[in-house]
Design a protein around this ligand. Structure first.
Ligand code: SF4
Length: 65
């Protein structure tokens, strides 16, 4: 299993980042040219699969697959 973000529906709200309990965090918020803020997976290996990010994501962009 691994964390993924569907960039096409991520609105960059930062909710996933705020609730991510591990350090370093699994994701970062980055400004992507012509697309706005997006949650980008940067440390998938530290994910604890607690799914806090999935519960708070308002668009369903964050997934564990
Ligand atoms: S909570 Fe969902 S919509 Fe908000 S930044 Fe994270 S992946 Fe994107």
């Amino acid at each position: 299993m691994r964390p993924v973000v569907d960039e096409s529906i991520c609105i960059g709200c930062g909710a996933c980042y705020d609730v991510c309990p591990v350090e370093p965090k699994v994701m970062e918020l980055r400004e992507i040219k012509d697309k706005g803020m997006k949650s980008i997976i940067v440390n998938p290996e530290v994910c604890d699969f607690g799914a806090a990010c999935i519960r708070v994501c308002p668009t369903g962009a964050f997934k564990l697959i």
